[in-house]
Design a protein around this ligand. Structure first.
Ligand code: CAA
Length: 240
C-alpha cells in the first residue's frame, strides 16, 4: 500500500512542487493549506492531490486534521513541514503580533505536526520527517529577526528529534532552501531582490523543483541512514 504523506503548505510554491514530486514517486499525498481556498481548489483539480484546510500553527486544528487523515487513509508515515510565512520588518518596526505569527506558523507548526504523528511512526518503526528551514535561519537576514529565529529553531528541532527517532527507524532531516522563485520571494522589494540575486553564485533564483528533489531523496524508504542532517539548496549563496 502507498505510504501516506502530508505536506503542510502543500498547495502553492515550494510545497506544491513537493506534493507533486511525492505523488509521482508513489506516495498517497495530502496537501494542507491555511487560507487560500481558491488556489487549493485549483491545485486539487490540476493534480488530483487531496487538499485539507487547517492552521498548522494551531495545535487543536492540527491534531483534528491528522486524525481525520489517519481515519480515512491510514497513519501518516511521511511528513513535510513546509508551511511558512514572512512578516518582514526591521526590529524597531516589528510588532509583537508579527513575531508571534511567524514563530507560531513556521516553528510551532513543526511541534504540532510532529507531536501529532511521531508516536504513530515510532510504533510502525518507520517514519520520514523533513522540515523546511531556510538560508536565512543559517545566515540571518536584515529585517527578519522573527523568520530567522523560527527557521534557525527548525534546524535545532530537527537535530534533537532525529536523536529520538533514530532507534525506531524514524528519520528527521531539514532542507535549507535559498531564494526560490515563489510568491514569498517575489514579495521582496525588487531593488533588494536584485542585490540578493547578485550574491547567488549560480546566478539565478532557485526553482521549487530544486527543493522537491531534496525532499524526495530524504523521504525515500532507502534513506534510512540519513538523519539529523540539513541539505542546503541555495545556488551556492551560503556554504554552511
Ligand atoms: N544590510 C544593511 N543595511 C540594509 C540592508 C542590509 N541587508 N537592507 C536595507 N538596509 C538599510 C537600507 O539601505 C536603509 O538605509 P538608509 O535608511 O540609510 O537608506 C535602511 O536599512 C532601511 O531599509 P529599507 O528602506 O529597506 O527599510 P524598510 O523598513 O522600508 O524595509 C525590509 C525593511 C522590510 C526588511 C526590506 O528591506 C525588505 O523587505 N528586505 C528583504 C528581506 C528579505 O530578504 N526577506 C526574505 C523574504 S523571502 C524568504 O524569507 C524565503 C527564504 O527562506 C529565503
Amino acid at each position: 500500500m502507498a505510504r501516506v504523506a502530508l505536506v503542510t503548505g502543500g498547495t502553492r510554491g515550494i510545497g506544491a512542487a513537493i506534493s507533486i514530486a511525492l505523488q509521482k514517486s508513489g506516495r498517497l499525498v495530502v496537501a494542507s493549506y491555511a487560507g487560500n481556498t481558491e488556489a487549493a481548489q485549483a491545485f486539487q483539480k490540476d493534480t488530483g492531490i487531496e487538499t485539507i484546510k487547517f492552521d498548522a500553527g494551531s495545535f487543536e486544528e492540527t491534531v483534528a486534521a491528522v486524525n481525520d487523515i489517519a481515519s480515512r487513509h491510514g497513519a501518516i508515515e511521511v511528513l513535510v513541514n513546509n508551511a511558512g510565512i514572512t512578516r518582514d520588518a526591521v526590529l524597531s518596526k516589528m510588532t509583537r503580533e508579527m513575531w508571534d505569527a511567524v514563530i507560531d506558523t513556521n516553528l510551532g507548526s513543526c511541534f504540532n505536526l510532529c507531536k501529532a504523528t511521531f508516536d504513530g511512526m515510532k510504533a510502525a518503526k518507520f517514519g520520514r520527517i523533513v522540515n523546511i528551514g531556510s538560508i536565512n535561519g543559517q545566515a540571518g537576514q536584515y529585517g527578519q529577526v522573527n523568520y530567522a529565529a523560527a527557521k534557525s529553531g527548525i534546524h535545532g528541532f530537527t537535530k534533537a528529534l532525529a536523536q529520538e527517532g533514530a532507534r525506531y527507524g524514524v528519520t528527521v532531516n531539514a532542507i535549507a532552501p535559498g531564494y526560490v522563485d515563489t510568491d514569498m520571494v517575489r514579495a521582496v522589494p525588487p531593488d533588494v531582490l536584485e542585490k540578493i540575486i547578485a550574491k547567488i553564485p549560480r546566478g539565478r533564483l532557485g526553482k521549487a523543483e530544486d527543493i522537491a528533489r531534496g525532499v524526495l531523496f530524504l523521504t525515500a524508504d532507502e534513506a534510512d541512514f540519513v538523519t539529523g542532517s540539513t541539505i542546503s539548496i541555495n545556488g551556492g549563496q551560503h556554504m554552511y
